[in-house]
Design a protein around this ligand. Structure first.
Ligand code: BGC
Ligand code: MG
Length: 589
């Protein structure tokens, strides 16, 4: 394992004077799958420490850690049993402090993942609720209700879980006869192991105040806030109006107006913001933030509502992540968030990949990726058309080169810098995502973008993912890695000129040099009917989403004084104004 690089005290100098989060490059670490320091087949914090040099080589300014709190891992940490500690497979609070200190030496901040909408069935509050009477204060922190029907056999309403199946689970037994109503039911927007918290309860408010303080005191600089769309419910929990047969099983929840994008949720975010602002005002050297995770694609009014000055600092823009590879779709996906920035001053938090979404190389390699109608807001059930991975990687590089130029911050997901594709070849008995089980296998779920990272071509150490134990053995990685993982590993593609890894490193550099130094704004410009062209100050970025090269008119007034400074296919960077098929070129004066 490599040590942090010798330049570790060489703090990164910010190219702009803005608060760091407004235009930061952030790297998402899925802790379970990044690097395993103790050979048990599960990633851990010490593993991340040993690989910080890789993260730093991309020029990132912050790391977002997927949840690493104690958890029975039914939804891999999104079922939190204790918000104030580290999951035992991942290490200890001391390991966390050491990671934070090492990262800080490299000029890298740490963001945690905050899960407010639900906790785990193993959280002490839920355990206490199960041991208490139906109308006890212990149950009031959750949504426990009697069932419908004489014997309470029907769920309290018709809400569906976002992972498939009913959003209610009934307790087998209840400590009292419950007046003949039998066991109560509890609400879980996601898996049954993730009981929803009631944020109108004072204890819940106080818990989250304490969570912020605990992690800010440790040096965490902000939070990615999970599943904000479904936090907050209509107080009466009414039945959801029926949905048509065209609505997929994983989409029903997101159409439920009684639990999605509720005003009650905004009360929660205002409380969180007050907590953060208060902390910041007593720590003037800190620039703290929280970024909202919700799928508000093509719904600018929602993004505005979440990023009011008294709520989130930023919200993820998943528009470009979910867009087809087609000029007008790409333009719309880019311009909606930029229009919000112009209106409200809130820069987008752009994303092309995360741990919930099929990887971009696979998505853009689909035979139908260029069709406007494949446009979808559904994060799981995508097209099933054939995939051409070489084409997908080329398009992914072009899309990445676009997004690095845009105003706002940018969240990368581990492995995208290697051009990793989605893994489909996972046997049913190794699938871990609750979506697979809850849909009876109809939806394969998200395991395919969570397969442990390949670092070397050495199969005996799970491609460098696991450091062998003292006896030289390594445990099986928690999800199986495909045979081609070795060729796609960091050490292998580091030796390949113009590999996707090299492209990401160069993009980090040209972003600092030509993009971040520009004003926080951008416009599309019309320099040809086939291409997407964006001007950001003195930078002009042109994407050719077609399968043919396009010749630009270099006498066009917008192009007059510009030179190519970066190309997503460096071997094809021409000074003649040709934009190769499925590629992106940056021009600057
Ligand atoms: C997270 C998912 C998680 C869900 C429930 C999301 O939006 O990103 O990974 O399963 O929230 O916590
Ligand atoms: Mg481990």
């Amino acid at each position: 394992m490599s040590e942090p690089s010798a330049t570790s005290n060489d703090h990164r100098t910010r190219p702009s004077a803005r608060p760091w989060w407004k235009d930061a490059l952030v790297y998402q670490v899925y802790v379970r799958s990044f690097a395993d320091s103790n050979g048990d087949g599960v990633g851990d914090l010490a593993g991340i420490r040993s690989r910080l040099d890789h993260i730093a080589s991309l020029g990132v300014e912050a790391i977002w850690l997927n949840p690493c709190y104690p958890s029975p891992q039914h939804d891999h940490g999104y079922d939190v049993a204790n918000y104030f500690d580290i999951h035992d497979e991942y290490g200890t609070l001391d390991d966390f402090d050491a990671l934070l200190a090492d990262a800080r030496d490299l000029g890298i901040k740490i963001l945690m993942d905050l899960v407010p909408s639900h906790c785990s069935i193993e959280h002490r509050w839920f355990i206490a609720a199960l041991a208490s009477d139906p109308n006890s204060p212990e149950r009031a922190r959750f949504y426990f209700r009697d069932g419908k029907g004489d014997a309470g056999n029907e769920p309290p309403n018709n809400w569906q879980s976002a992972f498939g199946g009913p959003a209610w689970t009934r307790l087998d037994t209840d400590p009292t006869a419950n007046n003949g109503k039998g066991g109560q039911w509890y609400l879980h927007t996601f898996a049954r192991e993730q009981p929803d918290l009631d944020h109108t309860h004072a204890d819940v408010n106080q818990l989250f105040d304490e969570i912020f303080k605990f992690w800010f005191d440790r040096g965490v600089e902000g939070f990615r806030v999970d599943a904000v769309a479904g936090t907050g419910k209509h107080p009466d929990l009414p039945d959801q109006p029926p949905v048509g047969p065209e609505v997929g099983v994983l989409d029903i929840t997101w159409m439920n107006e009684y639990t999605v994008f509720r005003p009650e949720g905004h009360d929660v975010w205002r409380r969180f913001r007050t907590t953060i602002d208060n902390y910041e005002s007593s720590h003037p050297d800190r620039e703290l933030m929280m970024v909202a995770e919700a799928y508000a694609v093509r719904r600018p009014e929602l993004v505005k509502a979440f990023t009011e000055p008294d709520q989130f600092h930023q919200m993820f823009s998943f528009d470009l992540m979910l867009t087809p590879w087609e000029k007008h779709s790409i333009e719309r996906a880019m311009l909606d968030p930029i229009a919000i920035l112009a209106e409200t001053g809130v820069p987008p938090a752009w994303t092309l990949n995360n741990h919930d979404i099929q990887r971009i190389v696979t998505r853009l390699g689909r035979a139908d990726a260029h069709l406007p109608e494949v446009w979808t807001n559904n994060n799981l059930a995508l097209s099933r058309a054939d995939v051409d991975l070489a084409l997908g990687e080329r398009r992914a590089r072009a899309m990445t080169a676009l997004i690095f130029a845009l105003p706002g911050s940018l969240y990368l997901y581990q492995g995208e810098e290697l051009g990793l594709p989605e893994v489909f070849d996972i046997p049913a008995n190794r699938r871990e995502d609750p979506v697979f089980e809850r849909t009876g296998g109809a939806e394969i779920g998200r395991d395919g973008c969570r397969v442990p990272m390949p670092w070397t071509n050495d199969a005996s150490s799970s491609y460098g993912f696991s450091t062998p134990r003292a006896d030289g053995t390594v445990g099986e990685p928690w999800l199986p890695q495909p045979a081609e993982w070795g060729e796609r590993s960091v050490s292998e593609i580091d030796d390949i000129e113009n590999s996707t890894l090299h492209m990401y490193r160069s993009l980090g550099e040209v972003r600092d040099e030509f993009a971040v130094s520009q004003p926080l704004e951008a416009q599309t410009i019309d320099i040809g009917p086939e291409v997407v062209a964006v001007r950001r100050g003195e930078l002009v970025v042109v994407v050719n989403p077609t399968d043919q090269p396009v010749q630009l008119d270099l006498d066009h007034p917008e192009m007059a004084i510009t030179q190519p400074v970066f190309a997503s296919e460096p071997a094809e960077m021409h000074t003649t104004g040709v934009i190769p098929a499925n590629s992106t070129i940056w021009f600057s004066s």
